[in-house]
Write a protein that binds this ligand. Sequence first.
Ligand code: HXC
Length: 515
Amino acid sequence: MTDQRFEELLKIKETAKLGGGAKRIQLQHEKGKLTARERIELLADEGSFEEVDMFVKHRSKDFGLDKEQYLGDGVVTGFAKIDGRSVALFSQDFTVFGGSLSETHAEKIVKIMNMAMKIGIPVIGLNDSGGARIQEGVVSLGGYADIFLLNTLASGVIPQISVVMGPCAGGAVYSPAITDFIFMVRNSSYMFVTGPNVVKTVTHEDVSFEDLGGAETHATKSGVAHFIYDNEIETLNNVRRLFNYFPLNFMDHAVEKEFDLESLKPDVRLDQIIPDNPNKPYNMKMVVNLLVDDEDFMEIHSEYAENIITGFGRIGGMSVGIIANQPQVLAGVLDINASVKGARFVRFCDAFNIPLLVLVDVPGFLPGTEQEWNGIIRHGSKLLYAFCEATVPKVTVITRKAYGGAYDVMNSKHIRGDFNFAWPSAEIAVMGPKGAVEIIFKKEISKAINPVEELSNKLSEYIAKFANPYTAAERGFIDDVIVPNETKIKLISAFNLLRNKVDKNPKKKHGNIPL
Ligand code: HXC
């Protein structure tokens, strides 16, 4: 072949790499945003990205589009490695028609998603797009639908991560929404079904882009975003971090890190965490941090429904999904948002063979008309359903309260908890001592010569009977009562033992989770 042919190829590739051109790249940088290719460089292991479909161009002729052609058509797609493990990637290029999605742009995404499903590797999508390519009309809408369908078919087969790094509006939001995790960047990304102008027309509300659908809004109010960071570099570093906890597909297992079991000593700091007064809050994150290797816990939804904690860590080198009540927020009560947040997390872990550690300190479900009228029955049952159907190794530690229905829900023995441990501070009962005594001894207390003394006597009786882990342990509902400082050792041996656990649900098309 002649040198001229090689030069021609090089020239085409150099042009493709410029996307919408130097001027638009400059504009992108001026907005504090990186280009599609710069993002991939940061996300993937150095030199590992193998691009496909660089030569693809759109096929539209309307509105003069045939005179405006860019190689790659506004999305960079291909395969790369993250810490040596394969991943399929797409990265929308805002410098080409605002990253808008055309028929061919969609075909490129669909192609790598189909490949990822066949190979069994995760898909990461970097979204930065003005939505449907307006000039293409319904063809572009069809392209979105093709992606939505694949997002759905891939759900539970391979992990899917969406990183929103610019606009993501209209129906386009539903692709990230179906994927497993959404990352957003503070002050430069937004997601909404209808923008501020439409909102103004329809509801007369004045709202900014940021307030309506910025990262902060979705991390705190709507729960749409699982992770938010200050800038793109930090965001992409954390995508890499999250990727490490996942297997490549539903038949794979997460990579195990080396762990020196010999050096593990009982951690007496755990013995100091539970206050003597059962009504005093404490920070469950302290417990979580002391249980995970290197105190390295990657929290999900850290600012949303903070009464429940979800996230990934390693225990004895094994990747584990941790779900814990947080007594420091609303006393750790389960409400609608906490139930939905927890349920989705449990289902992700179960779909991808990630064992679950459940830390329990829960006074029950949140009472009140607001919760009842908004469907705490429907939503609370999601968490129950998720724990019931999960067949991954499931280990529970009750640190303090496990009251009422919430005791059953939080991975109790009855719903296939494999190892259920309790600390001596555990209180496992239908309800807290005061509420219980006031109901069952109502008559005795009201008739007593000294009602205060009678209440106190009955309280002591109730506490002796139920405000401990032993009544449950007598029945085998608790496998062992353990001192806090030996918890990590117990967990490592439990998860090791459960390594080859096999449990199955009845054959069915799919269950009908209460949505
Ligand atoms: C074609 C588009 C485009 C689109 C932007 N561009 N959005 N081209 N289709 N949807 C082009 C612009 O013409 C411009 O081209 C370049 O991208 C950059 O856009 P700017 O407007 O200059 O950038 P900026 O000021 O940063 O504003 C970004 C934006 C705005 C907020 C995204 O472009 C915008 O509002 N776009 C339209 C968004 C929209 O309504 N999309 C349809 C949503 S409905 P030049 O040549 O000047 O560089 C939808 C339905 C999905 O998406 C349905 C799925 C089922």
